[in-house]
Design a protein around this ligand. Sequence first.
Ligand code: DOR
Length: 432
Amino acid sequence: MKIIIKGGRIIDPSQEMDTVGNVLIENGVIKGFPSDIRGLEKEPGVRVIDATGKVVSPGFVDLHVHLREPGFEHKETIRTGCEAAAAGGFTSVVCMPNTNPVNDNASVTEYILLKARTQGMVNVFPVGAITKGQRGEILAEIGEMWEAGCVAVSDDGRPVMNSRVMRHAMEYVKAFGIPVISHAEDINLSANGVMNEGFYSTVLGLRGIPNASEEVMVARDITLAELTGAHLHIAHVSTRGSVRLIRDAKERGIRVTAEATPHHFTLTDKAVLDYDTNAKVNPPLRSEEDVEAIKEGLRDGTIDVIATDHAPHSEDEKKVEFDLAPFGISGLETALPLSLKLVKDGVLTLPELIKKLTLNPARIIGIQKGTLRVGSAADVVVFDTDRVVKVDRYRFRSKGKNTPFHGWELSGCVIYTIVGGKIVYSHNVCCF
Ligand code: DOR
């Protein structure tokens, strides 16, 4: 089976490639970039995709997704989460362990991978829990989970409050060469807060979560990474203080990487003004100064990766008082257009943006993805940077319709998503 993607702007940061040309896919792998395709096009059974005026890049790699299976299939399943990923241009997703049961041992990891192989349509890479049951007390079976296929460990959704446990986790993972992903939050400082602590929380009469809740834990985990030499990855950075701490740590040569989500660089806590539970997320949407600092962090390389923290919840769960609603935004299907805004606003060039969606996340977890190198699996996305789309949450592939971007008009639309040489998504009428 051959696919020719012709005439697109091919951007592949792994090869510093930015050129108009053709991509040939054969038997599921990238075969080459032939300049003359006249003969090939006429071969029987060849699928030709005209990408004129479109961008062709490695499929996106999302370092932070909640697929919810096992245990919370009413929110999302591996199947629906993968469909949402494909619609968003993601060909690989890294799924967090806060399922039920928690992914804290090899049997749960194997279950996720089996489901992903049989029902998933994109590559799924599980993250194992740091501690048993994500209770923050006893280290999980990290070695066994690594053997079973986990690419990182994290208690995401919850912090590891005990610094000694976190230190041991960092010391332990070094043997496997995988990162510890930190959900940086001091729950005592968060004190059951439900939104950012600031002007709007006062106006709304809602309990606030201060920036310091994140920053003290970013500082602690950087200190522990320095002590242990482990690779620390900071999830969903939301505050200017965190950006400063990570920038400083990088300058000092500490092994720290970081991600930011589209909602944290797009929205402020003002989005909560009408008590919209779709804007309730952890860490919370912050202030204008924080948003600007995240953009600056993306621009200067302090923040390596854009990850969605795709956190689907059911309608029923979100349709309650703000205080009671679960934290989370369904992010896979709006990530590309929201991220392209960074290019429009001059924060990043298009190749820089693509690098934060492909090569950088793949490198952090050490997978051979995020590249169009000849011989690599043909995980490719074709997208249109200019096509204007209106976000319609009811058309999401994800079961999670919980987005604060419903009704927004955005530029950027995925046209094709290809995984291992197979077209798993093609845009027909409208993206959303
Ligand atoms: O908003 C969030 N939702 N933040 C997290 O850390 C966890 C996630 C979830 O699992 O719903």
